[in-house]
Ligand binder design. Structure first.
Ligand SMILES: Cc1cc2nc3c(=O)[nH]c(=O)nc-3n(C[C@H](O)[C@H](O)[C@H](O)COP(=O)(O)OP(=O)(O)OC[C@H]3O[C@@H](n4cnc5c(N)ncnc54)[C@H](O)[C@@H]3O)c2cc1C
Length: 396
């Protein structure tokens, strides 16, 4: 019998073994929950660092041991049952059970959906590769090693990291971006320009403001008729994995699985965290979804605290989610905090051209976002200031 819960029987089941799910599991244990904790992950193996997949892809050691989120033995030591290569296919919220694709079923007291996301794959992509999993990365790497050219569709963070990986190894790289600047959703124009010149200085040919009109795994034809040849990889965004939640009657909106500030869904006993979850935006209250490592990790921690509070009959804490993300390209560390792409007043401390700067975004006199280039530590201070400006204190 569990000393913490006072009952035998179902424990906490987590769907998804990414950072949100894995962090939720370890936080439950760190906070003293001693009932059963089961993490079910559709990908084979143990939880790993997805962020490693694009950093120096051609040379990086992507062995399971190298990119593991935690020492393999630590899961058993913490009595966390991680089941890799198994998918949850159905949830029965009344009976509080989940069905697995190995034919088994599992009861739960609380269920955490940490199902992450999937690359956007419109039909026009045909057989073009996309990158989300370790298997995807290994397959892309095999192809790149036999190729001299890479064509990336999509100038977001993942596309640019991939481009940097290949350019740093002497490959000829083109990046096609439909909008008129790269990483436009997350950074202000001055930082887009910085990324563009950083890539240009490494020989990458950026084609912004033009869309691919026809593509396959080995070539991209642009709207103006230009043909780009090479290994083609598309990185045009990700969609939250909401099908399971939806089928269980959990509220799902266009942004993801809708949760309150404590990461609880509208179905009792079911919670969501990470890239799949849409939380109330701190400024607007509207459901908003992040797609960044720190956010998913922070939410994994926060959802565990909410579950424990609910099980104990105590008020669940609110999660304060001022976004933070990072990227590394050609060895330059860039951090983004808050909402730096907002339409606001831009000010710069340092020199963007020299790769040593903080770019601040103020709206109505308040700091809403910042991007640090080559100064990771400054991001922390900026995030604290944004949090303060929102008149909120972090509960995690
Ligand atoms: C290549 C790449 C590089 C990145 N680099 C950075 C970076 O440098 N900085 C940054 O801030 N962010 C980065 N990100 C984003 C970051 O990795 C994600 O935000 C984070 O991994 C999200 O974690 P998650 O646990 O919510 O979801 P995921 O990591 O997607 O994990 C969800 C897991 O749930 C599993 N699953 C889904 N449905 C089921 C089911 N029904 N049954 C069982 N399992 C299921 C999936 O297979 C998956 O393994 C990167 C992302 C990618 C793809």
């Amino acid at each position: 019998m569990s000393a913490e819960t006072g009952v035998d029987g179902p424990g906490i089941v987590i769907v998804g073994s990414g950072t949100a799910g894995a962090t939720a599991a370890t936080t439950l244990r760190a906070r003293g929950f001693d009932g059963p904790v089961t993490v079910i992950g559709a990908e084979p193996g143990l939880p790993y660092r997805r962020t490693a997949l694009t950093k120096d892809l051609l040379a990086a050691d992507l062995s399971e041991a190298r990119i593991a989120l935690a020492k393999p033995e630590s899961w058993a030591e913490k009595k966390i049952d991680v089941r890799g290569g198994v998918r949850v296919t159905a949830i029965d919220p009344q009976a509080r059970t989940v069905t697995l694709d190995d034919g088994s079923a599992l009861g739960y007291r609380a269920l955490i959906l940490a199902t992450g996301g999937q690359p956007v794959r419109p039909a026009w992509l045909n057989d073009v590769a996309t990158l989300r999993t370790r298997d995807d990365a290994l397959a892309i790497r095999d192809r790149l090693r036999e190729s001299e050219r890479l064509v990336v569709i999509g100038g977001g963070l993942i596309g640019l990291e991939l481009a940097a990986s290949a350019a740093a190894h002497g490959m000829q790289v083109s990046v096609v971006e439909a909008s008129n600047r790269v990483v436009g959703r997350v950074v202000p124009p001055v930082v887009s320009d910085y990324f563009a010149s950083l890539h240009a200085s490494h020989g990458v040919r950026l084609r912004t403001g033009t869309a691919a009109s026809s593509v396959d795994a080995a070539r991209v034809q642009l709207e103006d008729g230009t043909m780009l040849v090479g290994t083609v990889v598309a990185a045009i965004g990700a969609l939250p994995d909401v099908a399971l939640a939806d089928s269980a009657g959990v509220s799902v909106g266009p942004t993801g699985i809708e949760v309150n500030a404590s990461l609880a869904t509208d179905v009792p006993g079911i919670y969501a965290a990470g890239d799949a979850a849409a939380l109330p935006d701190l400024r607007t209250g509207q459901p908003a979804r992040g797609e960044h490592w720190f956010g998913a990790t922070d939410q994994g921690k926060a959802v565990a605290l909410s579950v424990l509070a609910d099980l104990a009959g105590e008020p669940a804490p609110s999660f304060v989610d001022v976004p933070r993300a990072w990227t590394i390209q050609y060895g330059v560390n860039v951090q983004m905090v808050g909402w730096p792409a907002e339409d606001g007043e831009i000010s710069i401390d340092g020199s963007v051209a020299d790769g040593d700067a903080t770019v601040f975004t103020h709206v109505d006199g308040a700091l809403v976002g910042a991007v640090t280039i080559g100064r990771a530590a400054a991001a922390r201070a900026a995030r604290a200031e944004i949090t303060e400006a929102l008149a909120l204190g972090s509960t995690v």
